[in-house]
Design a binder for this molecule. Structure first.
Ligand code: FAD
Length: 257
């Protein structure tokens, strides 16, 4: 059984985003693997290690967007594929789901597809469920642990607001993982060297046998959040009790409580 993991390349979380005339820019800030997707790569590598089988990492992006794929290869993934085609510019989530599903269907004997819980730039968190729907496979979202996995099926724990939920499903299935899954490994030195030398195949829509899906969702307006004035005050005092009392007075005076 082989495993696919989907990763997105996003601006570094420290990047200063600007919005002008509806266009978003992160200037010269580097593009990195979406931080949530490192947990998905970790889960994929652990499960492939337990069961045997290859891990293929797939990303849809522009022709030069290979950093996230190289990072995943350096962590230990066996194969990487970039899906890129000029006709995909302006793709919405529905289009991205159709394209990723077509790419997953091209990989042999896939039993599990891992995703991160959301991308930190567009932040919809919808793609895992959308891809599963196109494939006709079950989706297990917000997974914090995989308790059982065999060719027959998977049993996972989902972290939801009310607590933990245990869910069983047949395979193949799509799984999105959260931070509780466990710290992602650091790329090894050998892995970094291997990834630096890797030539990543690029699949265009022709290779996937599909046409560019027409977008159905539009972004009519994108606005920067309103600037807020923030003042910081350091409270000092002779003892923790005195500092706490001053803080409590200030909180009451500001009518926060
Ligand atoms: C009208 C419109 C136009 C857009 N135009 C563009 C555009 O020109 N260029 C552009 O880059 N984006 C564009 N987008 C955004 C793009 O459609 C989304 O980024 C994409 O559909 C994924 O949604 P998300 O980022 O919210 O991912 P989420 O659903 O939040 O991501 C969940 C998980 O899915 C996986 N994932 C997300 N994106 C990818 C990917 N591309 N490849 C592999 N795995 C992935 C990751 O594991 C991630 O953790 C556009 C969106 C709209 C609505």
């Amino acid at each position: 059984m082989n495993i696919v993991v989907c990763v997105k390349q996003v601006p570094d979380s420290a990047a200063q985003l600007t919005v002008e005339g509806g266009n978003i820019s992160w200037g010269e800030a580097p593009l990195v693997i979406n931080p949530w997707d490192e947990y998905a790569v970790e889960a994929a590598l652990q499960k492939a290690g337990d069961l045997g089988g290859n891990v293929t990492v797939i990303s849809m992006g522009k022709a030069d967007e290979t950093e996230a794929l190289k990072h995943s290869l350096a962590m230990g993934c066996n194969e990487a594929v970039l899906i890129s085609d000029p006709a995909l510019a302006g793709s919405d989530n529905v289009a991205a789901a159709r394209v990723l599903a077509a790419a997953i269907a091209k990989v042999d004997d896939v039993g599990l597809v891992f995703f991160g819980k959301q991308a930190i730039d567009s932040d919809t968190g919808t793609l895992p469920a959308q891809v599963a729907r196109v494939l006709g496979w079950p989706t297990l979202t917000l997974v914090s642990a995989i308790d059982e996995l065999s060719a027959d099926g998977i049993k996972v724990e989902r972290a939801i607001e009310e607590g933990r939920q245990v869910v069983k499903s047949r395979l193949p299935a799509v799984v999105s993982v959260i931070k509780d899954y466990g710290e992602p490994r650091y790329p090894s030195f050998m892995g970094i060297r291997k990834a630096a030398r890797a030539t990543i195949p690029v699949w265009a829509l022709g290779e996937l046998g599909i046409e560019a899906p027409a977008p159905v969702v539009a972004w009519p307006e994108v606005m920067a959040p309103q600037q807020r004035e923030i003042a910081t005050e350091l409270i000092t005092g002779g003892s923790p009790a005195e500092i706490a009392a001053t803080l409590a007075d200030k909180i009451m005076a500001e009518k926060v409580l």
